[in-house]
Design a protein around this ligand. Sequence first.
Ligand SMILES: [Ca+2]
Length: 174
Amino acid sequence: MRVIVSLFLFGISNNLVDSNAIGRGWEKALSEDWTPIISLHRYGDKLYYMGTQFTATWHQASEFCERIHMTLVTIRSREENERIFKYIREASKGYQYWTGGSRLVDGYNWLWLAYGETIDYTNWGAGEPGNINEKCLQLWWRRNSLEWNDRHCDTRFYFICERSKSLPGVGGTF
Ligand SMILES: [Ca+2]
């Protein structure tokens, strides 16, 4: 199911964003009489935003998601990985996307950083994670599956944001 909302996105890129306006935008987005500007995917209790307007480093992508009161995407099951794969195929914007996973905290353990949560479900590609200097978790459409890969955090990719009402660390009106 796809829902369509307005998030004042065009104001965000030039630092003129009004955080309160975004908060109000979310409240309106969840009401029924709202004029659409951008589209989100809804699946289960999550909303996903496909960050395909520009590429960004992992940190830039993380900041952008926070600006729209979301976080970089987390993937907690094979089912969710398949769902994200479907969105990536539909977006037709290449085959590499950032997630919210990283091992930036201690250089070793992979976490969904925005939640401080150990990554349990994984779908690493063969030989991945394969480089201790690559500390951010990238999705890689390879062959006919969506594999996970560690990449240098300063590389620029498209990205996916999410918002959930049931996961810790995501507050506000939903
Ligand atoms: Ca790698």
